[in-house]
Design a binder for this molecule. Structure first.
Ligand code: LLP
Length: 383
């Protein structure tokens, strides 16, 4: 149906709980991805009637089953490296649109990408100044910096002078002169302000700003207003209102109807679909603090250490027991920052309990590292 689904009980609390306990008892750490949730999130975004094309920002999660499912749902794919493009091309049918939006990439990445079917974006003068022959006669997308950034943490805001992304608006005329010299056509304009945005007004403003720039350029056919669609992380936080977002986009599009509207969400599609399973190793009391140790940490999920991100943590083995302990939940990595959650009220735990870290489907596995040479988390698909 075209219904946007309201927040219900997370899938892992309900029908999949027993299966998760079994998976966690077999081996940890494990990422588990629930495909019906990916598809539901995809269908929620497909209700955006104002949007002409959706590209999945694959940096959020590159598991081939997820790429395939989103291709089936009609998504294109936004990739930032040849590696991501190759992963997508290996997983999805040839008909899926591809967008290549690298940042500070070497010359050979662009040259290679033009040999694929991807639409290629530029976000600085340098490539046209120094590698004009690579771009001669091509159509490209120009990513601009609208002078401001947004998002859940300073490190994920991608606009303004403190950010390395995008061509500043005051360099557009120079860019267009260079483009003219090399017979390059600007077919699209692009802006992405950051990640984890829950305000539905923001994308309408971006469309309006890009459209007024496009009016000056003349050759532009589509406006890519980026991704950044957030999912609430703390209990009680409101979800992004997809119907309200559509309303905003429809209004601003009515003012500039001659452009196709593209978006490129990552997190929204996969965050809630993924959990990280880990098991209790040891406990320690230190002054008034109680540490609950689990068998993986910032090596598998770096978001709490890097952004102070909050992920719900539950003891899946004791989901129905009262939360009488106050824990600092920590991993086995040799860094004081290896804390997955502070001050968490949980049931009294025992060695071997299966602990679930929620909302780990976006920017989890893809940002993991071999640090300390701990085993990397496996990935399991539930369909
Ligand atoms: N488009 C561009 C050009 C991007 O740079 C990004 C994300 C996206 C789309 C997708 O954004 P999303 O819809 O997923 O918010 N590692 C951080 C997030 C970094 C996002 C980087 N760029 C995190 O874990 O919160």
């Amino acid at each position: 149906s075209g219904e946007v689904v309201a927040a219900g009980d997370a899938w892992w609390r309900t029908e999949s709980r027993d299966r998760l306990l079994q998976l966690g008892a077999e081996a940890t750490p494990r990422y588990v991805y629930h495909m019906p949730t990916v598809r539901q999130q995809a269908r929620n975004l497909k209700t955006l009637a104002a949007v002409d094309r959706l590209h999945y920002a694959v940096k959020a999660n590159t598991h081939p089953a997820i790429l395939r499912a989103l291709a089936e749902e009609g998504f294109g794919f936004e990739c930032v490296s040849p590696g991501e493009l190759k992963a997508v091309m290996a997983a999805v049918p040839e008909s899926a649109p591809l967008l290549f939006t690298p940042n500070f990439a070497p010359r050979e990445d662009y040259a290679w990408a033009f040999g694929t079917r991807a639409t290629v974006s530029l976000d600085s003068l340098y490539p046209l100044e120094h590698w004009g022959e690579v771009f001669r006669g091509r159509e490209i997308v120009l990513r601009v910096d609208l002078g401001r950034g947004l998002g859940h943490h300073e490190k994920v805001r991608t606009g303004g002078s403190g950010s390395k992304f995008g061509l500043p608006v005051d360099q557009i005329d120079t860019f267009l002169r260079l483009a003219d010299t090399h017979s390059v056509t600007v077919r699209g304009l692009h802006a992405h302000l950051g990640s984890g945005i829950l305000d539905d007004k923001h994308w309408g403003e971006v469309y309006g700003q890009l459209a007024s720039l496009a009016e000056r350029i003349g050759s532009v056919a589509f406006l890519d207003i980026g991704g950044g669609l957030g999912v609430p992380s703390h209990p009680g936080e409101a979800r992004l209102d997809v119907a309200a977002l559509d309303e905003v986009l429809r209004k601003v599009k009515a003012a500039y109807p001659h452009y196709k509207l593209w978006m490129e969400p990552g997190r929204y599609l996969v965050a809630d679909a993924g959990v990280l399973l880990t098991r209790v190793t040891q406990q320690k009391g230190k002054g008034s603090w109680r540490y609950l140790g689990v068998d993986t940490g910032m090596n598998s999920l770096i978001r709490p250490a890097l952004y102070d991100a909050w992920h719900e943590i539950v003891n899946l083995t004791r989901l129905d027991e009262p939360a009488t302990a106050l824990y600092q939940v920590v991993g086995p990595i040799c860094e004081s920052g290896d804390v997955i959650g502070s001050d968490r009220r949980l049931p009294e735990a025992k060695e071997g309990d299966v602990v679930l870290i929620a909302q780990a489907g976006a920017y989890g596995k893809v940002m993991s590292s071999p640090y300390n040479l701990r085993d990397e988390a496996e990935e399991i698909i539930l369909d």
